[in-house]
Design a protein around this ligand. Sequence first.
Ligand code: GDP
Ligand code: MN
Length: 376
Amino acid sequence: MNLHEYQAKELFRAVGMAVNPGEVARDPAAVQALTEQYGGSAVVKAQVHSGGRGKAGGVRLARSPEEAGGHARAILGMTIGGLTVREVLVSPIEDIATEAYVGVLVDRESQCPVFMVSAEGGVDIEDVAAANPEAIHRLRIDPRYGLLPHQAYRLATRLYDDPDLARQGARVISQLYAAFVDNGASMAEINPLISTTGGRVKAIDAKVSIDDNELFRRPAAAALRDPFSESPADRQAREAGLSFVKLDGNVGCCVNGAGLAMATMDLVKYYGGEPANFLDIGGSSNPDKVVAALDIITADPGVKVILFNIFGGITRCDDVANGIVEAVGRISIEVPLVIRLTGTNEAPAREILDGAGLAAVTSMDEVVERAVRLAG
Ligand code: GDP
Ligand code: MN
């Protein structure tokens, strides 16, 4: 789950980090008033879950309250990365001497947190990685010991030659690690970490992603979710307890179990098709989940066929069959439905489907091949 910049900054302040001040506003008048409070100039920043806000025109400096109000009118309602801007963060303007990048994320390969720092901050780190990979310095952290003080200082010396700036940088890097661990983050990033013309190091941007699997035990973090940052399908899937990932193909997939869902997507590709989604209805499926799944899949105009692939273990095939019949009765499904069921309670499931004029096969190859053919 991604956080907004202003939310991430709160988490950083909570561990004592030097972060530039700022307040969130939802209308131009409030932005104008805040700019007056800040002495007549301010930076106005779109709060959306998207990088590159600066490039998209979502970060603007104002030299008067009226100009700030104008920026707010331009930014509020703007679309960045497919998301509508509903809030802006207003901050006093900093005098920037240098911009660095500092980030930590969970690296799947090494199964450890990995720090990445670069003196070339302020720009997309992906661009730095492509154009000038040696400008990025990496350090793998042993989670048993955490980030040790000498490691933080060494990372900071990659950013600053001046020992005072390096000491301040080391403090920020340690604090970033603390915020990352304390909040169950999978990623925490400051870009840019600035040094001011007055010699102070501080974070003026913040990005944090909380591991979804941490949310159940972190109600405070879970409460930071912005429902407007999710697509309707994502929200519906989360509320129904389905694992759902939207993809670009036309074969809608409804599968029980993440492994089988991935195998199904592989097989769709093998037969020359493209999956429209990953969707796992979970282990102990109840009919409601199947209805929700079909609701989500049929709402995608790109879907040309719906493929059910159910392997009954803990999941009972008759539950799924009931869900399918219920859904077909409730929502109008205008694309062909192909079903493969096998395993627990397969026989009653077939009877239920037969009764509704739906047929099921047992072979995974057969059903996937048919789905790809129907999808054209
Ligand atoms: P992003 O484009 O979404 O990453 O948004 P950032 O918060 O990183 O802002 C983009 C750029 O705007 C920064 O790299 C800075 O160069 C500039 N910027 C942001 N805040 C200030 C500020 O207070 N003063 C100055 N001079 N520039 C700023
Ligand atoms: Mn940034």
